[in-house]
Design a binder for this molecule. Structure first.
Ligand code: NAI
Ligand code: MG
Length: 351
């Protein structure tokens, strides 16, 4: 097994170092190779996705990514910015299926901003399409109109086959869970998502055991706060999924708890926390590494088919939480505040 390790920017290197410790502690037959991406790629090679990094990612079985981005790159041209490196690697590796489990660990019920009875036992899988939609649709850009005024354009588009393949991922996952899929769209006003809804309805015929429902994205945003436990699997497009999964992360106490997997058609994948590079806390050794460590568990499960090791990592995280260890973002009175690297050590010790 070869893993490309791309720490990136901000807290990326700090949290990835903890996940790497956990990988080593598992004593599996692994080769890890590190390369720069994002701002680090720009510094090293003038490109947020250097060619050597892309090659390494392509030949590896899986990619472990920290996060990219820093305010200091905001003035760079768009194609040199860190975030572009991330969008490109997802596209180049054809990672169309982004899985984001929002799971509330009982130990963290007090860390959620919602009432315990609303969130306790929460276990949602958000399936977000990752290589299409308004983030990639052409035409795009900022141009100047004849009257001298500037206009910004992005294009929301999805082909039928793109919708169908992400739909299949969602239905397949639902079959292994509680057999409920909620498809989120804005079919009342956006034709792209009207097609989305049609294709989901067609696909549901192949999964008679799964209950398919539909929800407009604005209502879904509301329902996630009002009664999140009504959901099992949610499937949605790239932009709605981006927003809803951040929202869902807060149900679980902190975005620092939310892992993700981005898969291609053969379960090759890139694994990364759902959060960004958190420049506001970078370099202080206070970030929560658990989202990244839990992403490693997803890597073991989805790419390496090693459910035993995946569960070992998840149980080690639970144990560290049960022992009372908390990074600042999930700290509540009575628990023990620890640093990023201490939390990594606690998980390794629990393993
Ligand atoms: P962010 O997710 O980096 O931070 C949002 C808030 O959550 C901040 O207050 C941060 O301190 C906190 N936070 C995030 N991760 C945490 C962790 N592990 N432990 C404790 N607290 C944590 O989002 P923001 O501030 O909007 O963006 C910062 C930079 O990250 C930007 O350059 C943005 O473009 C980039 N970004 C990168 C992503 C990626 O690499 N996948 C995703 C989202 C943003
Ligand atoms: Mg986001």
């Amino acid at each position: 097994m070869k893993i490309a390790v791309l720490p990136g920017d901000g807290i990326g290197p700090e949290i990835v170092a903890q996940a790497v410790k956990v990988l080593h502690a598992l004593n599996l037959d692994l080769t890890l190779e590190e390369a720069p991406i994002g701002g680090a790629g720009y510094e090293a090679a003038g490109d947020p996705l250097p060619e050597a990094t892309l090659q390494l990612a392509k030949e590896a079985d899986a990619v472990l990514l920290g996060a990219v981005g820093d305010w200091k790159y905001d003035s760079l041209p768009r194609d040199k910015r860190p975030e572009r490196g991330l969008l490109r690697i997802r596209k180049e590796l054809n990672l169309f299926a982004n899985l984001r489990p929002a799971l509330l660990y009982p130990e963290l019920a007090a860390a959620s901003t919602l009432k315990p009875e609303v969130v306790s036992g929460l276990d949602i899988m958000i399936v977000r399409e990752l290589t299409g939609d308004i983030y990639f649709g052409q035409p795009r850009g900022i141009s100047t109109l004849e009257n001298g005024e500037r206009e910004g354009i992005n294009t929301m588009r999805y082909s039928e086959s793109e919708i169908r393949r992400i739909g299949r991922v969602a239905f397949d996952i639902a079959m292994k869970r509680n057999k409920k899929v909620c498809s989120v769209d804005k079919a009342n006003v956006l034709e792209t998502t009207e097609l989305w809804r049609q294709v989901m309805i067609e696909l549901a015929k192949d999964y008679p055991e799964v209950e398919l429902s539909h929800m407009y994205v604005d209502n879904a945003a509301m329902q996630l706060i009002r009664a999140p436990k009504q959901f099992d699997v949610m499937v949605t497009g790239n932009i709605f999924g981006d927003i809803l999964s951040d929202e869902a992360s807060m149900l679980t106490g902190s975005i620092g708890m939310l892992p993700s997997a981005s898969l291609d058609a053969n379960n090759k994948g890139m694994y990364e926390p759902s959060h960004g590079s958190a420049p506001d806390i970078a370099g202080k050794n206070i970030a929560n590494p658990l989202a990244t460590i839990l992403s490693v568990a997803m890597m073991l499960r989805y790419t390496f088919n090693d459910e035993v090791s995946a569960v070992r990592v998840e149980n080690a995280v639970k144990k560290a939480l049960a022992q009372g260890y908390r990074t600042a973002d999930i700290y509540t009175e009575g628990s023990q505040k620890v640093s990023c690297s201490d939390m990594g050590d606690a998980v390794v010790a629990a393993l």
